[in-house]
Design a protein around this ligand. Sequence first.
Ligand code: NAP
Length: 277
Amino acid sequence: MSTNVIPLAGVIGSPIAHSKSPRLHGYWLKKYGIPGHYVPLHVNSDDLEDVLKTMPRMGFVGANVTIPHKEHVLTFADVVTDRAALIGAANTLIFREDGKLLADNTDGYGFIENLRQGVPGWSADAGPAAVIGAGGAARAVVSALIEVGCPEIRLANRTKARSEALRQEFGTKIQVIDWVQAGNMLEGAALVVNTSSLGMEGKAEMRIPLDGISPDAVVTDLVYTPLETKLLAHARSIGCRTVDGLGMLLYQAVPGFERWFGTRPEVDDALRETMLK
Ligand code: NAP
């Protein structure tokens, strides 16, 4: 990055007004006194390619990508990291100084880092993981769990074909469980993860019977509105170690900020409070 240019980054999506990323990166820019800016960018699918070509010429060093461009953006990238290719989607772009566009996916990193910070000593090889949901977020979670050595992933999704597609892609560590059996798969799981939108404000409630969860399990939910979902409240009430979903959102942003602005940012309590306001 040239020293006399103010670095810009942003989040590309449609709609974009609801994005929490400007607040997140804005907090770090201020905290570290970096003279950069991070802006929300409303971009329609038809304009995506042109926008990506123009951004580096305007001083952008990178961007986050959100719905509906996370998959499509891979088509325009010159370099796609292994993890983005495996997940089939990117959330972080870097406009490199050699003119190439690099596409990465940091959701899996954010997921694992959130668990490691929330449960010190957590290890993926403690036993089977039970994963609820098989949408876009589940792809990042499943691929990250396999990468860090999880021995078995039980996967239940309302639409079974989507869990079967994940098994096809990610292999035999994944055991596809019928949606009606989702409660049973929680028994003996060392890690329970909700990657579905169940339990999120404004979405359907989590109705899976939770009594199979062992008090020894670590339980985490990707949903962070509310911060304590019904799943997390139940898990906490029986003595499980629980980790909320806000941390994943914060940690997935760390690698991008570091690449764009040259400082590895810290996820601290004040940041969590800023995001919850
Ligand atoms: P997505 O691709 O649209 O997938 C939605 C998932 O929820 C699918 O598995 C879907 O099942 C399931 N689902 C939706 N309504 C359901 C219902 N009524 N009954 C049963 N299952 C239902 O969305 P996504 O991107 O994976 O995101 C999923 C959730 O994770 C969202 O709440 C999102 O906010 C959250 N998230 C959080 C973070 C974070 O940083 N904390 C990151 C990414 C996502 P079907 O396949 O049957 O439709």
